[in-house]
Design a protein around this ligand. Structure first.
Ligand SMILES: Nc1ncnc2c1ncn2[C@@H]1O[C@H](COP(=O)(O)OP(=O)(O)O)[C@@H](O)[C@H]1O
Ligand SMILES: [Mg+2]
Length: 500
């Protein structure tokens, strides 16, 4: 690696340098952006390096103090002083937090006090790879983009990061789904099946380009109601009556006991409805209540997802290399039912060893794992992120509204991509910001499309860093675009005199 020239000098003031922080007087003409990584050689005999991350910078220029500017404006005299490169009084100081110490290729938390007067350099690619804990060159990885600041370095995440789940958030249009497509390209390259719960028809194009299928629930495949837990069935049946729930619960448990005792191989919605009618009179004298509980449960049959259970979907075949489950036109009730049933059945099959490891992608995840009030799907997603790591179930949760999502679920997603966010959403991600600085968070509302703060934990990405997500390899693979309504009006609905 060629030795680059120094970009600044560690200065001493009443607060810095410390073990955690240094201030760097920049050389004139040297620019440092927030998030860039720099290195500071120490005077250790083994040639250690401290790696720091730029937080912010400040320029000192006595000629531009308000009174000096005021005098110039009032007297109408031109600016007349040497520029930074020739000045003895103008300078810029960058605030740098120390994040790693590199000694003979090994990394550790910084332990050496930096010397005031030490030269500061831009960190090179190898140092950045080591400091962030990225995949070693040549090892299998997920290449998602490059550093957005400092020395341009490809972000090659270790592929195992997906086992500890991924959380992607950002305002609408910030680049979440696009980057999920990038991640999908990488995962398919690594041979890991992906199942998208595709609420906005955003993934069908990329899935088809990746050689996968797009399936409509109820039409192309069905699931078994016996896959669901008792609570899930109770949550999905549209009733608030405790009496109804009681009857449904008893009926469900009887059928389950028969399954366990191998007296039956499956049960269907119709079996559940029949059983409610059988056991109902034991619970209540009100025949209308029994009838209502049965009819409410029968509604599940119309949810386009539960089948007769004869032909089980061949999941290993359907999900490889990837699969989009088309949920765009489903009502909220149906959407919840489909997502719960798909995720529950896949998890059951995986725990029983019938299907390969997989990645489940849930866009608009705040609808499925909301903060506070439950949703039928909340339990299975929480279980996915909690136990998935041990069973090869990898979850990806995406949301434009981190305020509305269950914080426990997102804390268990160990890699996070935070795109541009509205200021009122910033507080919600504090729990998962890892070591992203306040400056990084404050910069989020202005983050350009396709750029995110990537953060994580020791096993995924050791330090938060701004990342520019790469372009997809598959062109024209984006979906979910808003329809051109004005063109449609002009071409279809308005006659030339502009009246319908
Ligand atoms: N990394 C990127 N490279 C190129 N274009 C991008 C990138 N990220 C986003 N875009 C563009 O921005 C649009 C909106 O991104 P999208 O991922 O659909 O937003 P979101 O899912 O956050 O609402 C995409 O259709 C794409 O054209
Ligand atoms: Mg999207």
């Amino acid at each position: 690696m060629t030795e680059t020239s120094s970009i600044g000098t560690v200065v001493s003031d009443s607060e810095c340098p410390t073990f955690e922080r240094v201030r760097v007087k920049l050389k004139a003409g040297c620019d440092l952006k927030p998030g860039a990584l720099v290195k500071i050689p120490t005077d250790r005999t083994d040639g250690g390096l401290l790696i720091g991350r730029v937080q912010g910078a400040h320029e000192w220029n006595p000629n531009e103090q308000p009174d000096a500017v005021g005098v110039r404006d009032t007297l109408n005299i031109p600016r007349n002083y040497p520029r930074e490169e020739d000045s003895t009084t103008i300078y810029r100081v960058a605030e740098v937090e120390l994040i790693e110490e590199l000694i003979e290729g090994e990394t550790r938390a910084p332990e050496t006090l930096p010397n005031a007067g030490a030269d500061v350099f831009a960190a090179d690619v190898e140092e950045i790879v080591h400091s962030l804990g990225l995949a070693e060159p040549g090892s299998p990885c997920l290449m998602i983009g490059h550093t957005a600041t400092g020395t341009k370095t490809e972000i090659r995440l270790k592929r195992e990061i997906i086992q500890r789940h991924l959380f992607i958030c950002g305002t609408t249009g910030s680049g979440k789904s696009y980057s999920m497509g990038v991640v999908a390209e990488e995962l398919v390259d690594q041979g890991l099946p992906i199942v998208f719960i595709d609420t906005q028809d955003e993934y069908s194009a990329i899935v088809e380009k990746l050689g996968g299928q797009v399936l409509t629930p109820g039409k192309d495949f069905t699931l078994r109601i016996s896959s669901l837990t008792e609570q899930e069935v109770l949550d999905l049946v549209p009733t608030d009556s405790d009496l109804h729930k009681n009857m449904i619960g008893i009926a469900y448990n009887e059928l389950w006991d028969e399954l366990k005792a191998k007296k039956r191989t499956r049960f269907l919605v119709a079996d559940l409805v029949d059983r409610i009618r059988t056991i109902g009179p034991r619970v209540t004298n009100s025949t209308s209540s029994v009838d209502l509980a049965a009819r409410r449960t029968a509604i599940l049959e119309r949810m386009d997802i539960f089948g007769d259970g004869e032909d089980r979907a061949n999941w290993p075949k359907l999900m490889t290399p990837c699969l989009a489950i088309k949920c765009k036109h489903l009502t909220m009730n149906r959407l919840q039912t489909v997502a719960t049933a798909v995720l529950r059945e896949l998890q059951n099959l995986r725990l029983d060893g019938f299907i390969p490891p997989y990645v489940a992608v849930v866009d608009e995840a705040h609808l499925f794992v909301p903060d506070g009030d439950g949703s039928p799907c909340k339990q299975i997603i929480r279980e996915g992120v909690r136990i998935g790591r041990h069973h090869g179930i990898c979850m990806v949760l995406l949301t434009q509204s981190p305020v509305d999502i269950d914080k426990r679920a997102i804390r268990q997603c160990n890699t996070r991509m935070v795109f541009a966010l509205e200021p009122d959403q910033l507080d919600a991600i504090r729990g998962v910001k890892a070591d992203a600085s306040e400056e990084m968070l404050r910069a989020l509302p202005k983050m350009p499309r396709g750029t995110c703060v990537l953060s994580g934990t020791y096993e995924s990405i050791k330090h938060a860093i701004p990342v520019r997500i790469r372009q997809r390899k598959h062109k024209e693979s984006e979906g979910g675009k808003a329809p051109p309504i004005f063109e449609e009006m002009a071409n279809k609905w308005l006659n030339p005199s502009r009246r319908i």
